[in-house]
Design a protein around this ligand. Structure first.
Ligand code: SAM
Length: 310
């Protein structure tokens, strides 16, 4: 396993497989990449690059986008990653989940994270830029995924005035319970369009901690291997809280890098610099790739650091 100079192991990788999306979420961070990257990695490229990352001790791969289910070969991408023995999950807005769910399961997908920030179709429409009817389609996809046995997690970005009241949280917990899903609340990041709406929509996650307690939730540990995320439990539903803004504890537990859709390894969503892996991937140059990955790792810096005088 590789470690950066802050002693953080490199264990997880996010594959941003495209930059196109069928939604227009008002807060989207675009995974830290600008839109319209041009050339994408192929499904075969993902198989190759995963085997190299696996040899370095990276075992957990998350597919994201853009909207990954817009890629016609998404099942092949999943299959090629899973074939290496890696743990592969995918984040989606869920609109196309119904179409893909059986193929993804057959390809070896372990879990789908579905972004569903509210259970109110009107609010859903307002923040995602799609008609309220899209919400129903996402629910159908979620139900189908549950029925075929894909493990589910609901992603909700914490948005002031949208999902930060008791009723909204309760309804999301209820939805998660009905699907046998986990639920994670993610603090809004001031990146991409998230920066333009930050003043209006940012709400610290502590607001939700209070509501979770009021709803009968209790602490259920910490995910040390991933950002030191605190866990809670309400009536069998596991809730993860992702406090990513201005939180050195979050950054000290960061074990992740991102590979952009045009093959650049980014050390942090906020980092401007990246290392271009595309030439090494396309030429199947294992030695070159290993060197480039170590170069990126050496550049890894926590976005939020804990300064101490001692
Ligand atoms: N299109 C897919 C989706 O909507 O889930 C995948 C891409 S999206 C960029 C990946 C995840 O990042 C989603 O859960 C989304 O809600 C979350 N996200 C987007 N912008 C964010 C922001 N500014 N702060 C925190 N999370 C954000």
């Amino acid at each position: 396993m590789l470690f950066d100079k802050y002693g953080r192991p490199f264990q997880k990788l996010r594959y941003v497989v495209n930059d196109e999306c069928n939604y227009n979420c008002v807060f989207c961070h675009f995974e830290g990449q600008s839109r319209r990257q041009g050339r994408y990695l192929t499904a075969e490229d993902y198989g190759f690059v995963t085997s190299v990352f696996k040899s370095l001790g990276v075992a957990d791969f998350k597919i994201t986008g853009g909207e990954p289910l817009l890629r016609g070969d998404i099942d092949l991408i999943v299959a090629n990653i899973a074939k290496t023995g890696a743990y592969v999950t995918l984040t989606t807005n869920g609109y196309l989940l119904r179409k893909w769910v059986r193929k993804l399961q057959a390809a070896g997908l372990k879990r789908a994270n579905v972004s569903i920030h509210t259970t109110d179709p009107e609010k859903y429409s307002k923040i995602t830029g799609v008609p309220p009817s899209a919400f129903r389609e996402v629910l159908r996809g979620l139900t189908e995924a549950r029925d075929v046995g894909i493990s589910l997690k609901l992603n909700a970005v914490v948005l002031r005035g949208i999902n930060t009241d008791r009723e909204s949280v309760k309804n999301l917990v209820k939805l998660a319970a009905s699907l046998g899903a986990a639920l994670q609340f993610i603090e809004l990041m001031p990146s991409g369009w998230g920066a333009s709406v930050f003043n209006e929509l940012y709400e610290p996650i502590e607001t939700l901690v209070n509501i979770i307690f009021e709803l009968g939730g209790r602490p259920a540990g910490v995910r040390k291997e991933l950002h030191n995320r605190p866990l809670y439990n309400i009536a069998g539903v596991t809730i993860e809280l992702i406090k990513n803004f201005s939180n050195p504890t979050f950054c000290s537990g960061c074990t992740t890098m991102r590979l952009t859709s045009d093959g650049k390894l980014k050390t942090c969503i906020y980092a401007d610099s990246s290392v271009d892996l595309m030439p090494y991937i396309k030429s199947r140059d294992v030695e070159g790739l290993l060197y480039a990955v170590r170069t990126a790792l050496a550049r890894r810096e926590p976005r939020f650091k804990l300064y101490s005088s001692s």
